[in-house]
Design a protein around this ligand. Structure first.
Ligand SMILES: Nc1nc2c(ncn2[C@@H]2O[C@H](COP(=O)(O)OP(=O)(O)O)[C@@H](O)[C@H]2O)c(=O)[nH]1
Ligand SMILES: [Mg+2]
Length: 443
């Protein structure tokens, strides 16, 4: 699919936010850079990328998350919001009597889209009809006629007539009473030329269409912008049909074009068949691109493993110099839930030695798990005041946890060591400041 690569990069970025221990200016800058790179690689217009990333950065740094939303969710929502924003408002064609004129360069999918649109309106219960306004390409007449037969809608064309305006006028009068939605196909050129523009304007005057749809191939790239603008200047585009989304093109160019002219993308073509046609919904499209379905569970997972409030509570207790087995338990919970090395792990005693090797981290995780089981079979009193634990209690706790006495003793030894380190830690001003800054509540 078009934009698959962009989707992959953006999904990685979203994951990065969801898994961040702390959302700060550094993370926001990194995220914005990732998004910029991804969009530029997808051929999105540079100016648009710059504007978009500025807005994302500014909003992420300045706006406070609304109630019930944490910082990570908030930043993800801003990214999502702004991406949806560049695609503009969503718009649907009204289901009513109307005349639609299709314009665009040669080979973009105009004629094919006429057939698709006819099928779409027919399904909605209206009576569509198509007019072959492309008089220059001999095959155009046959192509549209075949499509009309295929989707079983009336067709009007005149093979011998070289005056497009005449053909269109005749078609309109023929279908005036018998059709609800009249779809007018027009000629394209390899590139925009004055005579194409002139003919288009003439057809436009004769047709007085309700809708003027620009048909654009998603593979068109950076040329899409100036092209869309030229068509828009000439007749005023009311919407865009983006075709060949089933291809592997980068697609960002065409999306930028839509943003530039401020015309909504109304339909997308996803194949050569009449049914390969979908209504375009900007928020649904971006949700899919970002993998929003996965985001919720991603955030929940991150939330479970690192609860901001708990971290803050624990850190405050650590710094106050109070430390009992409950705190150690919380601390272990945070650590083991967060997987390998994280900022918090680095802040806590086991991580103080600098970078831990993965093997060591795994061993620590195992040990932490055993310690937790042991603590689970202690009474609240024992956890509050571990000094109370003497040999008779050690035996009882070990039995309850299904471990040996020496394991309980090891836990107590570990606790005493941690407590000693904590004391040193809380009196080390530099380290304290560091911790405060990292947790963002010491300012
Ligand atoms: N894969 C794919 N091919 C398409 C799509 N829309 C049109 N085409 C093909 O693109 C080619 C040009 O389409 P056509 O409708 O003749 O373009 P026109 O010159 O603008 O009228 C044809 O071979 C179509 O089958 C689409 O959404 N996906
Ligand atoms: Mg055509």
């Amino acid at each position: 699919m078009v934009l698959d690569n962009l989707g992959d990069s953006l999904k990685r970025t979203i994951k990065k936010i969801a898994n961040a221990v702390h959302v700060d200016a550094k993370l926001v800058k990194e995220v914005v850079r990732d998004i910029q790179r991804a969009l530029l690689q997808a051929d999105v217009n540079v100016k648009l990328v710059v504007e978009l990333s500025k807005t994302i950065e500014k909003r992420s740094l300045e706006e406070k998350p609304p109630a019930g939303m944490n910082n990570r969710e908030h930043v993800i929502h801003i990214v999502y919001d702004e991406l949806v924003n560049i695609l503009g408002e969503s718009r649907e064609l009204p289901i009513k009597k109307q005349i639609i004129m299709m314009v665009g360069l040669y080979g973009q999918g105009k004629t094919t889209s006429c057939g698709k649109l006819a099928k779409y309106f027919k399904k909605k219960g209206l009576r569509p009809a198509v007019i072959a306004g492309d008089v220059h390409r001999p095959a155009a007449y046959e192509q549209l006629k075949q499509l009309a037969d295929q989707v079983k809608v009336p067709f009007y064309g005149d093979k011998k007539q070289k005056d497009a305006v005449k053909v269109v006028k005749e078609g309109l009068s023929k279908f005036k009473r018998t059709a609800d939605v009249i779809i007018v196909d027009t000629s394209g050129r390899h590139k925009l030329e004055d005579d194409l523009i002139d003919e288009m304007k003439e057809i436009f005057k004769a047709t007085k269409p309700d809708e003027k749809l620009l048909v654009m191939d998603a593979a068109l790239g950076q040329q899409s912008g100036p092209q869309a603008k030229a068509f828009n200047d000439a007749i005023g585009i009311t919407g865009i049909v983006l075709t060949k989304l089933d291809g592997t093109a980068k697609g960002g160019g065409a999306l930028s074009a839509a943003a530039e002219v401020g015309s909504p993308i109304i339909f997308v073509g996803t194949g050569e068949h009449a049914s390969d046609f979908e209504k375009f919904d900007p928020s649904g499209f971006i949700s899919r691109l970002l993998g929003m379905g996965d985001i919720k569970s991603l955030l929940e997972k991150a939330e479970e493993s690192m609860n901001g409030k708990d971290a803050e509570k624990t850190a405050r207790r650590l710094m106050s110099g109070k430390f009992n087995l409950n705190d150690m338990y919380d601390q272990m919970d945070m650590l083991s839930g967060m997987g390998p090395l994280s900022k918090v792990a680095e802040m806590l005693p086991f991580g103080q030695t600098g970078k831990l090797k993965q093997v060591d981290m795994d061993k620590t995780q195992d040990k932490l798990q055993r310690f937790r089981v042991i603590m689970d079979s202690m009474t609240a009193d024992e956890k509050e005041k571990p000094e109370l634990i003497r040999s008779s209690r050690i035996k009882r706790i070990a039995r309850g946890a299904g471990v040996e006495n020496k394991d309980v003793k090891e836990l107590l030894k570990y606790y005493n060591m941690t407590k000693r380190m904590m004391k040193g830690f809380s009196s080390d001003r530099k380290m304290r400041r560091n911790l405060m800054r990292q947790l963002d509540f010491g300012k």
